[in-house]
Ligand binder design. Structure first.
Ligand SMILES: [Zn+2]
Length: 367
């Protein structure tokens, strides 16, 4: 049996590190393409330019068109080839990273990822999710390697919307439970193998960090304060969760998330918020001990992650709707196949209903 572990070559985290982007880019190439949104350009354009000018490094700031689609990748790929850019730098969120990673992959050049939010565990992975022009997932592009550098400016994150960082905690909450379930089943990770102890240990550290630092970090972030607990949560959301999911493996929590993503009424919820409810559902499916369930529920309630159907946008309960979610979660191509036992839509639907009831009870007792 092959066991694997993969990671970015370098991970840097600290306040105002984005000001050093030129220095890091210069170590990897001579001419950089910086991919960023129009809004991001307004916020960080001057700072980025200063850093490249200081290093006397050639660069261009390219505006991202908003979708990580084949068309956008091709457009940027043409520019990179025509102008001879030899390093990609992505500043912003998930879709910008995935686009830059794909362009770097097709040109065999290094890529630096600079998250300005800590909302998901996408930055560190060797994976690009490609969407259609309409925003539907089209394919997963597995890359040759993880990003060369992931550079997280914790000051920038501390000024980003709190709800995004809390959502990142929801995504990170799934890491340990999904890796644990997948490990029991000898499920595949995203690194072309099965999990090593290393992947599981990092996933566990991710969960422990959330429990120890989550509430403190959220409270500090509400005032825009950067504290050691905020640093710890940025690391958990970005690095530990990223390494943990990729080399550990994913299971039912993300599959349940995918089911809820198909419901119109859940569209206003963030990825990690739906994933958090997916974690509670997975724990019910596994018949986890009451103590563990309550620990997870209390954590979610303390940081403001949803624990009921209503909180993820499902206003009216309807069994058929829940069954539809469960059917999507049980698709043979989805990650619930990594659960250590057979599941079917009826089981998942019942777990969702029970998760909602447990969440409601716990919410009432917390009030
Ligand atoms: Zn996720």
């Amino acid at each position: 049996m092959k066991r694997t572990f993969i990671a970015p070559s370098k991970y840097i985290q600290g306040p105002h590190e984005l000001e050093n982007i030129g220095t890091y880019a210069k170590k990897l190439g001579k001419k950089a393409m910086l991919l960023i949104s129009e809004g991001g350009k307004k916020r960080f354009g001057e700072l980025l330019e200063k850093s490249f000018v200081k290093e006397e490094m050639a660069y261009v700031i390219e505006a991202f068109n908003g979708e990580c689609s084949k068309k956008e990748i091709k457009r940027l790929d043409d520019v990179v080839k025509a102008e001879g850019y030899d390093v990609m730098v992505a500043v912003g969120g998930g879709k910008i990273f995935d686009t830059a990673k794909a362009v770097a992959y097709y040109n065999d050049i290094p890529v630096i990822i600079c998250p300005t939010i800590a909302a998901t565990d996408a930055p560190c992975s060797a994976l690009s999710v490609i969407y259609t022009e309409e925003g539907e997932v089209e394919e997963y592009l597995f890359l040759k390697q993880n990003p060369n550098v992931v550079l997280v400016d914790s000051y920038v994150i501390s000024k980003s919307p709190v709800r995004l960082t809390v959502s990142g905690m929801g995504d990170a909450l799934a890491t340990y439970f999904e890796a644990r379930a997948s490990y029991k089943h000898d499920g595949n990770n995203f690194a072309d193998g099965k999990a090593l102890h290393t992947g599981i240990a990092l996933a566990k550290l991710c969960y422990e960090t959330l429990l120890a630092e989550g509430y403190k970090a959220k409270t500090a972030l509400e005032k825009g304060a950067l504290t050691p607990s905020v640093e710890a949560i940025i690391e958990a959301n970005t690095l530990l969760s990223g390494l943990g999911f990729e080399s550990g493996g994913v299971a039912a929590a993300h599959a349940v998330h995918n089911g809820f993503s198909a419901l119109e009424e859940c569209h206003k919820m963030y990825h990690g918020e739906k994933v958090a409810f997916g974690v509670i559902t997975q724990l019910v499916l596994e018949n986890a001990p009451e103590e563990e369930l309550n620990e997870v529920l209390d954590f979610c309630i303390s940081v403001g992650l949803p624990v009921t159907l209503k909180q993820i946008g499902v206003e009216e309960f309807d069994y058929d709707k829940i069954l539809k979610v469960a059917k999507i979660a049980c698709a043979p191509t989805d990650t619930a196949v990594n659960m250590p036992f057979d599941i079917d839509p009826e089981m998942v639907a019942n777990a969702i209903i029970a998760a909602d009831a447990l969440g409601e009870k716990r919410l009432q007792s917390a009030r």
